[in-house]
Design a protein around this ligand. Structure first.
Ligand SMILES: [Zn+2]
Length: 293
């Protein structure tokens, strides 16, 4: 039996960073399945596994897609010779990680490790209170066994206390861990979770995510100052934006979440292009970003 860890959490909470940290420090033969939201598999490209250890699940969010992307991916992982010693499934930022865990257990050969859900210390209360995102974030936490509060370096004491209070309200059984950069030792994930509810209770749940995605062309270079101006103007309806673009002559990876953004060197093997996900109120981003060229 191969241990299986499902890592969930809302858009931009730090899931890919955590996966990379586990891979870099865990000293195991890992297998990673990544379920990204957009047309470009940014997260899979960012996971620094050696060849063949990372697979992208590309046919939409696996928790609500009735296709068998997840089952096929797990079967392929289990069939590897030698098989991975531990498999991680990185859920999409809008996905329901408990539902994904239940679906994964249909595949023979895996045992479910504690369910890990990441929350952004600076954004969780607002996400829970938001009309568009509240249900999704609460559902992600509902069966969390380990809750990892990320970005604590960006939150003040009052914000952090509020985040703990909201988690305690929604999921008092969970073990709660704080981190600045989603860098946790593998040992933090290994503990015996509380008794789990029977799986059958959730099979009939119907889920749809009301989060549209958009793709923004990035073949033409952006002007650095104008791009910063556009990013600074993005409304809260833009939940997450990421991908590779040109800033003048530099190819950079742009990551945007919770109204903050960062540029870093573009990884190899990722074509130019930006993907965004937001609420139904998200404006036409192609039009907005044309102002930055
Ligand atoms: Zn889903």
């Amino acid at each position: 039996m191969i241990p299986l860890t499902v890592i969930g959490g809302f858009l931009g909470a730090g899931k890919t960073t955590l996966v990379n940290h586990l891979l870099a420090t865990g000293g195991k033969r890992w297998g990673v399945l990544v379920n990204d939201f957009g047309a470009i598999n940014v997260d899979a490209a960012l996971i620094a596994a050696s060849d063949g250890q990372t697979m992208a699940l590309t046919n939409g969010c696996v928790c609500c897609n009735m296709g068998d992307d997840l089952g096929d991916g797990l079967a392929a992982m289990a069939a590897r010779i030698p098989p991975p010693e531990h498999v991680i499934v990185e859920a999409s930022g809008v996905g329901d990680p408990w539902r994904i865990a239940q679906m994964a257990l249909i595949e023979p050969g895996f045992t479910l490790e504690p369910l890990v859900v990441l929350v952004d210390a600076t954004a969780l209360p607002a996400q829970l209170d938001d009309h568009w995102t509240g249900d999704t974030v609460a559902r992600q936490l509902a069966f969390a066994e380990i809750v990892v509060i990320t970005k604590i370096d960006l939150a003040d004491a009052a914000q952090l206390a509020m985040v703990h209070a909201r988690i305690a309200q929604l999921r008092p059984q969970a073990r709660v861990i704080e981190t600045a950069h989603a860098s946790l030792p593998e040992t933090a994930l290994g503990f015996t979770p509380p008794a789990r509810p029977p799986a059958s209770r959730f099979q009939a749940d119907e889920i749809t995510h009301a989060f549209p995605t958009q793709r923004i062309a990035a073949d033409q270079p952006f002007d650095r100052d104008r791009l910063r101006w556009v990013l600074g103007m993005l409304p809260a309806s833009v939940l997450r934006l990421k991908g590779v673009c040109l800033l003048g002559t530099d190819r950079v990876l742009l990551q945007y979440a919770a109204e903050r953004w960062a540029f870093s060197p573009a990884p190899n093997g990722l074509a130019n292009g930006l993907v965004a996900i937001g609420t139904p109120q998200m404006p036409d981003l192609e039009l907005l970003f044309s102002e930055a060229r």
